[in-house]
Write a protein that binds this ligand. Structure first.
Ligand code: GLA
Length: 431
């Protein structure tokens, strides 16, 4: 590697590490499972014992995560979302789990999850109540942080409902301090920018210093239009949000809904590919006890996970668009680029896309090696700047590639991202 290239890499790494929340966590995007999109606020354990929010649900998920290769693939956190607590705090003002649905309490559940080599996440809210109207943490930040630490919880998702937006920053920062004060490592997942955006442009420097990841945009649902909307929001704000991501702090486009009901297999591949490119936390919300083999293989695909978890920790972004196609690219640590080519046309059959049109293809000067990861793994061998091959991309599907220059073109590859193409929205190429 050239000396200057090495320097750029080191400086790039330092930039992120210095500014991030200094709790040593989330050096790579968080991987795990989170109940919300699939199980929502189902508290009816009498009629729906398998799907209600209860300790059984998390214990069963933890069991499956170990048995079915999820843990081995990197999925580590089993996370509770809203609707777990009792509607009343205890006599000392502490949150308590609903006694019918969590008879053992959260500490026992954490012990169980830890005994499987996994970690437990919990949910609370910066305001008066949670979004589903359970007790909020406003006025109780230190008490609640200490309660979660006493229970040995490993992650806190801190929602932003029912608080005036002008108090959001203070609230999120105070909870971050309260968590630090417990002395226990608790990964801190925020929704601060999501609740601030309607009123004000959020301060991403402060957010990155406070949180390990942060939601920017509305809740994901089990549909292609939801995935498209999230991607559109992300690309249209990439100049603001992409520079904030790096080891220790990540933009969170919300859960993976792969393995549920609403996405075709091509669309599931698009979500997986683009979440990898965005260096997004990979928090699945699905039923791991009952998931089809193709979705499982996609979620456990080690090549895609490696792109997401790449140690350089750079979030990718959209580099080109036309009516039919979008190209997204992410620089990787081994001088390579990951490239996703998504076909947005939802009518007709597969569409051709010439590889030379990919902006990052410039690194194939004079030659590069190319590996296709989706839809099937395929070594595409040595290619040149002028290769005349075309990808065939299914409607609403994505082809995912990695490209590695053969002759020390590292500097060129990275300059593409930080200078020539930068992350400026208006510089996205039109094909
Ligand atoms: C908000 C959050 C969701 C989920 C629900 C729970 O909508 O954005 O992710 O936590 O609240 O009520």
């Amino acid at each position: 590697m050239e000396k200057t290239a090495l320097l750029l890499l080191v400086l790039g790494g330092l930039r992120s590490v210095v500014e991030a929340l200094d709790n040593g966590l989330a050096l790579k995007p968080t991987m795990g499972w989170l109940h919300w999109e699939r199980f929502m606020c189902n508290t009816d354990c009498d009629n729906d014992p398998d799907n209600c929010i209860s300790e059984r649900l998390y214990m069963q998920m933890a069991d499956v995560m170990v048995k079915e290769g999820w843990k081995e693939a990197g999925y580590e956190y089993v996370c509770i979302d809203d609707c777990w607590p009792s509607h009343q705090r205890d006599a000392e003002g502490r949150l308590q789990a609903d006694p019918q649905r969590f008879p053992g309490g959260i500490k026992k559940l954490a012990d169980y999850v830890h005994s499987k080599g996994l970690k437990l996440g919990i949910y609370a809210d910066v305001g008066q109540t949670t979004c589903a109207r359970y007790p909020g943490s406003l006025g109780y930040y230190e008490t609640d942080a200490q309660t979660f630490a006493d229970w040995d919880v490993d992650l806190l998702k801190f929602d932003g409902c029912f608080l005036n937006w002008t108090l959001l920053g203070e609230g999120y920062i105070n909870m971050s301090k309260a968590l630090n004060k417990t002395g226990k490592s608790i990964l801190y997942s925020c929704e601060w920018p999501l609740y601030e955006w309607p009123f004000n442009r959020p301060n991403y420097t402060a957010i990155r210093e406070t949180c390990n990841h942060w939601r920017n945009y509305v809740d994901v649902s089990d549909s292609w239009s939801s995935i498209r909307t999230i991607l559109d929001w992300t690309s249209s704000h990439q100049d603001i949000i992409v520079p904030a991501a790096g080891p220790g702090g990540w933009n969170d486009p919300d859960m993976l809904v792969i393995g549920n009901f609403g996405l075709s297999h091509d669309q599931q591949e698009s979500q997986m590919a683009l979440w990898a490119i965005m260096a997004a936390p990979l928090l699945m919300s699905n039923d791991l006890r009952d998931i089809c083999p193709r979705s499982k293989a996609l979620l456990q695909n080690k090549h895609i996970i490696a792109i997401n978890q790449d140690p350089l920790g750079t979030q990718g972004y959209r580099t080109a668009k036309s009516n039919n196609f979008e190209v997204w690219e992410k620089p990787l640590s081994n001088n390579s680029l990951a490239v996703a080519v998504m076909n947005l046309q939802d009518i007709g059959g597969p569409q051709k896309f010439p590889v030379v049109v990919i902006p990052g293809w410039k690194i194939c000067d004079p030659r590069c090696t190319v590996t296709q990861i989706l839809p099937q793994y395929k070594e595409m061998g040595v290619q040149t700047k002028q290769s005349d091959i075309a990808l065939s991309v299914n409607p609403t599907g994505t082809t995912l590639l990695t490209i590695t220059p053969i002759k020390g073109n590292f500097r060129r590859a990275h300059k593409l991202f930080w200078k020539n193409e930068s992350v400026k929205r208006d510089q996205t190429n039109t094909l």
